[in-house]
Design a protein. Structure first.
Length: 982
């Protein structure tokens, strides 16, 4: 047998592995070559397709023109309107600052910095945007701003465009010197200067200097502000501007342009101390500066290009008559402002398109360093009560099924772990409907409604809703229940408040506010921005919220807010809002509770007008001295804006969606219940609700608490029968034993343990329909009810007659409503036996004879006789003096013994003979019958009685006889006599 060896197999396996690896490597190399070839081919095609590098386009002084909605040019802006600062005029600190923060290898690369590009791409990949920030050189930025304009928001970067930017930047560096490129860049860039671009305008605007005079700190700030010109504008946000300046200084030290000592010295300078209040500074003068500034910012956002550096025609939604009205208000031509420092922001928004047709960023004030600051877009304030219907109640209509007449208690309330919350009036009303809560702008119901919404949904749901109606992510994500009344961290611009209200009027659909309708750039297709509607809330819930704001306008002035002053000849939907200063401002001379912000929003079917009124900062004396008057002032402004718009369209009521239903129900009952026939009409209300929640229930009296115990004792009655003594457990809620008053006490306890109690109105109580809670008892014999007692007492005596011996008696007690026996508590029953045939013999002494005769005849067959005994006084007459035999000293007597007895009943009475009175002197009769018979006092004591009458019978000398003393009882024992003096 031959031997097998494994050696050849090993060699064969190694050969196979090596051949496989070689094949894979060759394949990778071939594929890489193909890919590189394709990439090179594609990149070459991209480069060949880039726009022509026209140096004239970089240096053109072509301006941009802005037009209103009627096609009239309202402004001309552009590079030629900026100062052209030469490179030689720029201090080294400025150049070093820009190069350090924007393009550290600017003087070394040839338009494209490969190492910086790769580092930026790697960093941006982590954020999901390959060509995000940091990848472009200064040269590439110039190319981008001059040759690449798109209508896509922020001109998103693509591989093709980035390749073209790189290629053109390299070509530009071949055509221009580095100094020329940097000079061009600094003269075209946006520094946040109102209506101006370029470093020259920036140096003048911020520091009141020529560019050549800028120091290190100032240069660093200017280099930093271009990253976010609006957000980093030091006049708007000193803290953010200072932080950015310091970041630039740190980069300058890192790249070796300054030392650590120079860095520390520059950072130690307060940036605000370098700012100037230069009254000689003027931005380019436009007739509508705040609107123009808004347009410029929007163009840059839409196209990625500053209209100062690239000529274009910009068509806007500005309505001249409305913008003029806003300018007149700001100039003080419409209302008298409280003082020179108080400010205002106004905006008019088209509800159906989101177009800003007019905007006002504040009163012209040359003494303020914040010239050009647009308070309508950039000032964020607490919106106060202006958001109640939009936030709390819209979401309650949407998610809780509340109607416009839903009742919420306006009473003492404290945030969880926090302090008490007050209404503007510092009072509480008690139970109020949502409609009335909006009319009166009450705080507590709004908070409670929003609290219920968060319980039914989630905080995340409300946060998303806030984002959906136009508020910033930061504002939305800081959400707390204080947002219900526009307090806490709720910060909003006037435009945001307007757009949230416009969303409600526009059937719950949000459209981003904007000014631009079309942009035309020579050689390109027109850019027509598209703003899609985003549904934030159902049309039904939006309508109900708008309805309450319409009622706030239509309410009597005495019962509402300044919104009642918005009444027009057409429907207006309005809401006011106020905020105040807390105790932390006392140290700066502002009283606690002093007015801070005053808001009003006035919407029609087509437009929404929003107005903020207040002070830029909380300095001593800068507060609204009379918030009510401030509210009336904003209402006057709003009316002026409404009047200015009216000729341009026909205001109508917003249409009621098919999904909104009118229901008639019992006030204060939820889930809603249909009225009970015959009930008080004042307890019935008609309201609006989403149809899906319009189901009505039959209202029944609330269930009663269970009766715990009943105690029953029995005893025989002296006239026969049985007496039951019944006691029940008192009802747990003693207040329910009476019909509720139309007021009630309301209490809340805060985090410190303090309790606040107030009295307010009660909207409804079951006792108004069903009566108070009552104690009930039914006594049954042989299953039949023989006695029923219902009253407010938990103990009672029940007397039963004709009770047979050894008879079972069932006693059942319960709680019930006074006016409704359909709903009872549980019954507690006990059976009592009447016992053997024995009777309790009453003590008859002192009782009328009739009591004895009646008792005997009812309870026995015994015989009896009556025996008269002379009384000593009239009050004894007719009463028993003695009964023989007398069994009253025994607990009871057997009926057989009773029947076998013969009773003698002695009673008081007296037979009187007329002879004892006729012909007797009056004085003698009086003495004889003292304490028994009375003769009228006007009869002479010495007279002789000739006749008298008793029981209709007359006695005299010829008509004699007898009578019983008891016969005088009806005359109170007064004897009528005839007497004569002899």
């Amino acid at each position: 047998m031959s031997k097998k060896t494994t050696k050849p197999k090993v060699k064969k396996k190694l050969f196979i592995v090596r051949r496989t690896v070689a094949t894979v490597l060759v394949t990778i190399i071939v594929v890489a070559c193909i890919v590189l070839s394709m990439l090179f081919t594609d990149m070459k095609a991209m480069i060949d397709d880039h726009p022509e590098l026209d140096i004239n386009q970089l240096t053109t002084e072509e301006s941009s023109r802005i037009f209103d909605s009627e096609g009239n040019m309202i402004a001309e802006i552009g590079y030629k309107l900026s100062d052209n600062i030469k490179f030689e005029e720029m201090p080294a600190s400025l150049i070093d600052a820009f190069v350090s923060i924007e393009d550290s290898r600017f003087f070394e690369h040839e338009g494209f910095d490969i190492s910086r590009f790769i580092a930026a791409v790697i960093n941006n990949i982590r954020s999901g945007d390959i060509f995000g920030t940091g990848a472009s050189t200064l040269t590439m930025q110039i190319i981008k701003n001059s040759f690449f304009v798109t209508e896509d928001e922020l001109a998103p970067n693509t591989v093709e465009r980035k390749v073209q930017e790189i290629s053109m930047a390299i070509d530009l560096e071949k055509e221009m010197e580095k100094e020329e490129i940097l000079e061009m860049y600094l003269n075209k860039i946006n520094f946040g200067v109102p209506s101006s671009v370029g470093v020259g305008k920036a140096a003048e605007y911020y520091f009141g200097k020529e560019v050549s005079e800028l120091n290190l700190s100032e240069s660093a700030y200017l280099a930093g502000v271009i990253n976010a010109p609006s957000a980093l504008n030091v006049f708007k946000n000193l803290e953010a501007g200072t932080i950015r300046r310091n970041e630039v200084l740190n980069m300058m030290q890192r790249h070796g342009y300054i030392t650590a000592t120079e860095n520390a010295l520059a950072q130690s300078i307060n940036l605000e101390d370098q700012l100037v209040n230069n009254e000689d500074y003027r931005a380019n003068d436009y007739i509508y500066p705040h609107y123009i500034d808004t347009v410029i910012n929007e163009v840059t956002e839409l196209t990625g290009v500053n209209p100062f550096s690239r000529g274009m025609d910009i068509y806007t939604a500005l309505v001249p008559s409305q913008q003029i009205a806003i300018e007149e208000i700001q100039n003080g031509d419409v209302v008298n402002f409280d003082d020179e420092k108080v400010q205002v922001a106004l905006v008019t928004l088209n509800n159906q398109t989101g177009e800003i047709v007019a905007i006002g960023g504040g009163r012209p004030d040359e003494e303020q360093v914040q010239r050009g600051f647009n308070r309508a877009t950039d000032a964020y304030r607490q919106p106060g009560s202006s958001m109640k219907a939009v936030l709390s109640y819209a979401l309650a209509f949407e998610n809780l099924g509340y109607s416009t007449e839903h009742i919420i208690e306006d009473g003492p309330y404290a945030y969880a772990g926090g302090n008490f919350v007050n209404n503007f009036s510092r009072t509480f009303r008690g139970d109020v409907s949502i409609k009335d809560a909006v009319i009166g702008s009450l705080n507590i119901p709004a908070i409670k409604a929003l609290e219920e919404v968060t319980r039914a949904t989630s905080y995340s749901y409300v946060i998303q809703y806030l984002k959906n109606i136009g508020f910033s992510d930061k504002t939305a994500e800081n959400f707390s229940l204080g947002y219900a009344i526009g307090s806490a961290n709720f910060q909003a611009s006037t435009v945001e408040v307007a757009s949230s209200h416009a969303t409600i009027i526009n059937e719950g659909n949000y459209i981003k506010p904007h000014t631009i309708t079309r942009i035309e750039i020579e050689g390109q297709d027109p850019i027509i921005p598209q703003y899609a509607e985003t549904n934030a809330i159902s049309a039904e819930a939006a309508y109900l919220a708008a309805y309450t704001m319409g009622e706030a306008v239509n309410a009597p002035i005495s019962g509402g807010t300044s919104a009642t002053r918005l009444k027009q000849g057409y429907p207006v939907y309005g809401k006011t809002g106020t905020t105040d200063h807390d105790a932390t401002f006392v140290n700066v001379g502002i009283p606690e509770g002093a007015g801070k912000d005053s808001w009003i929003v006035a919407s029609t079917s087509q437009y929404t007008n929003a107005i903020w009124y207040g002070y830029d900062s909380s300095s001593e004396g800068d507060y609204l001295k009379n918030p009510v008057a401030a509210g009336d002032l904003t209402a006057a402004m709003a009316n002026y804006l409404l009047d200015a718009l009216e000729p341009t369209y026909t205001p109508t009521a917003i249409p009621r969606p098919a999904g909104v239903t009118s229901i008639t129900h019992i006030k204060g009952v939820f889930p809603y219940a249909r009225p009970i026939e015959g009930m008080d009409s004042s307890l019935i209300v008609t309201s609006l609700v989403k149809s899906e929640y319009a189901t009505l229930t039959d209202y029944a009296a609330p269930e009663l608490d269970n009766l715990a115990t009943q105690t029953v004792t029995s005893s025989k009655l002296f006239l026969g029968g049985l007496e039951l003594n019944i006691t029940m457990t008192p009802y747990p809620d003693q207040d329910m034993l009476v019909v509720a008053e139309d007021t009630k006490e309301m209490s809340a306890t805060n985090a410190s343990g303090a309790t606040l109690t107030r009295t307010g109105r009660r909207a409804f109580d079951p006792s108004w329909i069903f009566g108070a809670v009552r104690y009930g008892t039914e006594v049954k014999i042989n299953g039949a009810v023989v006695e029923t007692v219902v009253d407010e007492k938990n103990s009672r005596e029940v007397r039963l007659s004709n009770v047979q011996a050894n008879q079972n008696i069932q006693v059942c007690s319960f709680y019930r409503w006074d006016k409704n026996d359909d709903i009872r508590s549980n019954e507690v029953c006990e059976t009592i036996n009447s016992g053997e045939a024995s009777l309790v013999f009453p003590r008859f002494a002192g009782l009328p004879v009739s009591d004895f005769t009646k008792w005997i005849e009812t309870n026995s067959t015994a015989n009896y006789s009556l025996k008269m005994t002379t009384p000593s006084r009239s009050d004894q007459v007719g009463k028993i003096s003695k009964v023989s035999p007398d069994f009253s000293n025994k607990d009871s007597v057997e009926k057989t013994q009773l029947d076998a007895s013969t009773f003698t009943v002695e009673y008081f009475d007296q037979e009187i003979n007329s002879a004892n009175i006729i012909n007797q002197r009056v004085s003698a009769v009086r003495n004889q019958f003292r304490n028994k018979i009375t003769i009228p006092a006007d009869v002479d004591n010495n007279a002789t009685i000739t006749s008298f009458t008793v029981g209709g019978k007359t006695f005299n000398a010829s008509s004699t006889g007898t009578f019983l003393l008891s016969e005088l009882a009806s005359s109170n024992y007064v004897l009528t006599v005839q007497a004569e003096t002899r």
